[in-house]
Write a protein that binds this ligand. Structure first.
Ligand code: UD1
Length: 417
């Protein structure tokens, strides 16, 4: 296994380019199941989670062809309708193949994702929506076994905003008979990206990016070429890296419109940020203030940036109250940040961070994807040496974060242990 070592205290300086969005690429790759023919996808990031969804799709009979920077995907010859436990257990978003398989084959057998480090994360809302569309669902031996002679459009109300739930039902609905309306739908840019891809394939979808999405089923879809949006969470992580090291970084190829909640908080704390076309220039300095944040579905502050923002608040002037409202157990980075000298008090779903001038390097352990990014950020700011183990969590969702940071001037490298 790899660990990451950082000698902290060096201001970052330079330019970095953001990769394609992991959370957009996962449903878009799954959507290639909806119709045969060769799809060409651009800007697919090279990450562990993408490898996992490709494995799941390969198991179903999908074939891939790397073509320079593009990925070609073909699902002409589907040989299976099942996604096995050994793959699904490593990534909950594997459930995204359920809707497309039902649409294409009328049947699917997907392992239940099981528990996960950041909370219970059930899939009841995916299943309830599919059932309203006429799908017969049984839970057998740890698998969701689903079948439908015909998918029918339905009026679906989500009790809670769910990103992959919205995406799964949108994909199930594109060829269903009649009209599907998704109420209290997720508004995330990744949902909009999937809708844009589906529309390019011939789907009739309105309202993506609002809380009500309507889909009129069509008879046929066709394969297309499509480019994935930039990863707003990776871009946000670099903004914080500039702030926490008091450096200056130009983040190239990001979409500022997808990051307004993050940008606004960074301006509130006193960072300098400038949008220059598709680039964001971020400058950190000594006078960063504490500020409160509350995670919310888009357009609110993203839960996927909470751990990284907390690292920054650890060295701010003043206090910060951080409320996590999306996942019930997403504070596992706190005990590790405390090992680096952070002063954080947890009370239920909120954490009070008392900012202090310095963190100190320590041996710490990554517990999930965004927690690992938070520890790297803290390590960049800390005095001395930080060693982060279990960085396989990081590799699920960031392509070469350590390499990109080293090109920006930080002393960061990997070792085997
Ligand atoms: C997606 C993102 C993840 C992000 C999260 C919230 C992907 C691949 N992952 O995860 O990075 O952190 O959105 O922005 O896009 N819930 C239920 N029942 C359900 C579904 C969800 O109760 O059937 C709850 C969850 O437990 C959670 C909340 O709804 O408390 C939001 O979860 P959801 O939006 O579904 O997260 P994911 O789609 O898994």
């Amino acid at each position: 296994m790899d660990k990451i070592i950082i000698e902290g205290g060096i201001p970052l300086n330079g330019e970095v380019t953001v990769g394609g969005s992991k959370n957009a690429a996962l449903p878009i790759l799954s959507a290639c199941l909806l119709t045969g023919g060769w799809h060409t996808l651009d800007n697919i990031p090279k990450l562990r989670d993408i490898w996992t969804i490709k494995e799941i799709l390969s198991n179903l009979g999908v074939v891939f062809d790397e073509d320079g920077q593009s990925l070609k995907v073909n699902s002409d010859n589907l040989a299976s309708h099942s996604a096995p436990y050994k793959l699904v257990k490593t990534m909950r978003a594997s459930i995204l193949v359920l809707g497309p398989l039902l649409s294409r084959l009328g049947k699917a057998k997907i392992s239940l994702p099981g528990g996960c480090a950041i909370g219970a994360r059930p899939i009841d809302l995916h299943l309830k929506g599919l059932s309203a569309m006429g799908v017969d669902i049984n839970l057998e031996h740890g698998y969701v076994v689903a079948s439908a002679d015909k998918l029918r459009g339905a009026n679906i109300f989500f009790d809670i905003c769910t990103v992959t739930g919205t995406e799964n039902l949108m994909m199930a609905a594109v060829k269903a008979e009649g009209k599907t309306t998704l109420h209290n739908a997720a508004e995330e840019p990744e949902v909009v990206d999937l809708a844009n891809m589906l529309k390019a394939m011939g789907a009739r979808i309105k309202g993506a990016g609002t809380d009500t999405i309507t889909i009129i089923g069509v008879k046929e879809l066709h394969p297309i070429r499509y480019g994935i949006i930039p990863d707003r969470i990776e871009a946000g992580t670099f903004l914080i890296a500039a702030g926490i090291t008091k450096g200056k970084v130009r983040i190239k190829g990001c979409n500022g419109d997808h990051m307004e909640a993050i940008i606004e908080k960074l301006l509130d704390i006193g960072m300098e940020l400038e949008k220059q076309g598709e680039d964001l220039v971020a400058i950190g300095h000594d006078k960063i203030k504490g500020v409160d944040i509350k995670t919310m579905p888009f357009p609110g502050f993203p839960t996927d940036m909470q751990a990284q923002f907390m690292a920054l608040m650890c060295i701010a002037n003043g206090w910060s109250m951080i409320r996590e409202t999306v996942f019930e157990n997403r504070f596992m980075h706190i005990s590790e940040l405390r090992r680096m000298g952070a002063d954080i008090e947890i009370n239920g779903g909120q954490a009070l961070v008392r900012g202090k001038r310095n963190l100190s390097g320590a041996q710490v352990m990554a517990t999930d994807l965004r927690a690992s990014a938070s520890l790297i950020l803290a390590g960049l700011a800390a005095k001395g040496r930080t060693e982060i183990s279990r960085v396989y969590h990081l590799d699920r969702g960031y392509q070469g974060l350590d390499l990109k940071l080293s090109l920006l001037g930080s002393k960061i490298w990997r070792e085997k242990y």
